[in-house]
Design a protein around this ligand. Structure first.
Ligand code: ADP
Ligand code: ADP
Length: 231
């Protein structure tokens, strides 16, 4: 599970200091998906970036599976975390197979195991390995590329998945199907997921719980049913 305790990030912009993330505490139980929902600039991305240590925290604690991550080296930490961003970030000069297996190859998996894993993951997002393994990212549509971005994050089977507006750049028609595929995948894989979104429909559809952010704080944390029941 992911547990945040009084997590704070202070930034200084033009001489003014403010808390982009302000004393946030949150618990995501193992196997659940929590959506961080809120308008632009309220601290959602900064929260994810602190969890995978793209930026440091100012104060507070981050625990993964009960362990304070400040005691982990960055390689060990990142091995436990898959990260998906809106901008996809596939490596343009690598085939789809090599893109998907970047982390497993760094971990020393042999070629056969890498290929099997790539094929297994591709079948979950309805991309035929025969057609796509040896292609390059530019030969795929935006929606197909984002599917690869999602499965690449899962390649070495990390228990935790952080997703920052993962479907934000996908057109509305593809978004619907990529969301559904992801829900199916999550039902099988039961990752502990934190997903950032500014789209309430997406949050209601995907989240087991929704943490509503406003100006660096969590203003409400509830299940979709509870959120809908309130006036
Ligand atoms: P969200 O993901 O909710 O859109 P962010 O976490 O990206 O919000 O940003 C929260 C606030 O922190 C914004 O006001 C943003 O401008 C500010 N911010 C983010 N990163 C930095 C930074 N590196 N330096 C200064 N301010 C930053
Ligand atoms: P995201 O889409 O993840 O919210 P942004 O587009 O807000 O990212 O920001 C891109 C990068 O610039 C991030 O690394 C973020 O930390 C940094 N950043 C965002 N706002 C500011 C700011 N006001 N000053 C300095 N850096 C910022």
């Amino acid at each position: 599970m992911i547990k945040l305790e009084n997590l704070t990030k202070t930034f200084t912009q033009k001489g003014t200091t403010f808390n982009a993330v302000d004393n946030v505490s949150l618990n995501v139980p193992e196997g659940e998906m929590c959506v961080l929902l809120g308008p632009s600039g309220c601290g959602k991305s900064t929260t994810l970036k602190m969890i995978n240590r793209l930026i440091s925290s100012t104060s507070g604690k981050i625990l993964i599976n009960g362990e304070d991550t400040s005691g982990l080296d960055t390689v060990t930490l990142r091995r436990n975390i898959g990260y998906v961003i809106q901008q996809i970030g596939l490596f343009p000069n690598m085939t789809i197979e090599d893109n998907i297996t970047v982390v497993p190859r760094m971990l020393g998996w042999d070629k056969k195991r890498c290929r099997e894993r790539a094929c297994e993951l591709m079948s979950m997002v309805a991309l035929d390995p025969k057609t796509f393994l040896q292609r390059y990212p530019r030969e795929l549509s935006g929606g197909q590329q984002q599917r690869i971005g999602v499965i690449r994050a899962l390649a070495a089977d990390p228990p935790v998945l952080l997703m920052d507006e993962p479907f934000g750049a996908v057109d509305p028609i593809n978004r619907e199907s990529i969301q559904n595929e992801f829900l199916d995948m999550q039902r099988q894989l039961r990752k502990t997921v934190m997903l950032v979104s500014h789209d309430i429909d997406e949050a209601l559809k995907l989240g087991d719980r929704i943490a509503v952010f406003g100006q660096g704080k969590i203003v409400q944390c509830a299940s979709p049913d509870e959120l809908l029941a309130k006036p």
